[in-house]
Design a protein around this ligand. Structure first.
Ligand code: SF4
Length: 374
């Protein structure tokens, strides 16, 4: 039997033939389809379908970027149950807030590296002036004018607006003026109100998260969207989350990547829950590829998934492995055992060993000189 014939039999046995046919016809999947994909017992059949969509878009390419990640403060007034990073007050044990010189120094020390992106996310600090954030951006641009600044989640933007008496749009415009180039996707968690009320009731809600991304896209910025999975959410709530991201993408086209983020249970208030398994992680990325027909990239954040699972996910719908990262704290304070950085050579090796072609990209998915896209 040919491979295709074998897979057709397998898809039929898994109850996915009609979904495969509809995807072939260019149809969109709906909520019930997504739940069926999560319920499908045959992970390889699901992965095969997701890989087919991935290869239609990206062939065998797998991209990554050369970036650094900086978390300038972990002081945060919010109380998300899954968070191991935040400390409520300045002065609490384990809390820190970097001076601007310390933040800039992180980039200065890498001034000569060919990195293309600085990624900044922080706790919601109640006492810093707005100028801390605008100066942070303009200082980065002074040190490396060519570097792309992907900074501040929608949750931070909402917090700045409320704290400093501005509209969300004003905050975005003033940060852009200071050097902001795009927004990361963090803070989305799970969009369903039932879950949000339980795990992150006191920060920016779903409608505002989406409105801030809409506003950023209208101002000409790109952004990403994440989904925190593997805690108390249902399959239906995962699919609903993907559909809300897809609906905004239909409007604006501004999302570049969908990034599932694995819940990590160490040192937080949800520590009684188990971490998601490797098969669940592969399934989430595969379903995302199949549901999100209008978001170009599905990214595995290797810090959260583990390096080996991220590598495997390149056959389960994923075409992007994030970047070199360096000095990540949020997941490591939640028990991640992954390294804090990978070199570009190590990421290339991982991708090649998985049988894919590595392509270094910048934040906007332009190919970085030296890599050739067929
Ligand atoms: S997830 Fe973000 S907003 Fe929530 S407590 Fe942690 S740092 Fe604060």
């Amino acid at each position: 039997m040919s491979e295709l014939g074998h897979m057709e039999g397998r898809l039929a046995a898994a109850g996915l033939s009609d979904i495969a046919e509809r995807l072939d016809g260019g149809a969109r999947l709906g909520l019930a389809d997504g739940v069926r994909l999560f319920d499908c017992p045959d992970l390889l059949a699901l992965g095969w379908l997701a890989n087919r969509e991935r290869e239609r878009r990206h062939g065998d390419r797998a991209c990554f970027n050369h970036n650094i990640r900086i978390e300038a403060t972990n002081v945060c007034v919010a109380s998300c149950l899954f968070c191991s990073f935040a400390r409520l007050e300045p002065g609490d044990e384990g809390s820190y807030t970097m001076s601007l010189e310390q933040v800039w120094d992180k980039l200065r020390r890498r001034r000569d590296e060919p990195l293309t992106e600085v990624h900044v996310v922080n706790g919601l600090h109640p006492d810093l002036p707005f100028s801390y954030y605008t100066d942070l951006l303009s200082g980065f641009k002074r040190i490396r004018p060519d570097v792309h600044l992907k900074c501040f989640t929608a949750v931070e933007i909402a917090f700045f607006a409320d704290l400093y008496g501005k509209t969300d749009e004003q905050v975005l415009a003033e940060l852009m003026e200071a050097g902001l180039d795009s927004l990361p996707g963090g803070g989305a968690e799970i969009f369903a109100e039932r879950v949000r009320r339980k795990i992150c009731h006191d920060k920016c809600g779903t409608d505002r998260y989406l409105a801030i991304h809409r506003a950023a896209h209208r101002l000409g910025m790109r952004s990403n969207v994440t989904m925190l999975y593997g805690h108390i959410e249902t399959a239906e709530e995962r699919v609903d989350h993907m559909l809300r991201a897809r609906a905004l993408q239909d409007e604006t086209g501004g999302f570049q990547a969908f990034i599932p983020l694995a819940f990590h249970p160490d040192n937080n208030q949800m520590r009684k829950l188990p971490a998601p398994t490797a098969s669940d992680t592969l399934r989430v990325h595969a379903v995302a590829r199949l549901m999100l027909d209008n978001i170009p990239h599905v990214k595995a954040f290797w810090i959260a998934t583990g390096v080996e699972v991220a590598q495997t996910s390149l056959w389960f719908g994923v075409d992007d492995l994030d970047g070199t990262v360096q000095e990540e704290r949020i997941y490591h304070m939640a028990g991640a055992r992954t390294p804090e950085a990978l070199t570009t050579a190590a990421i290339r090796r991982l991708i090649e060993a998985a049988g894919r072609t590595p392509v270094e990209r910048d934040t906007l998915y332009n190919v970085v000189a030296g890599d050739v896209v067929q």
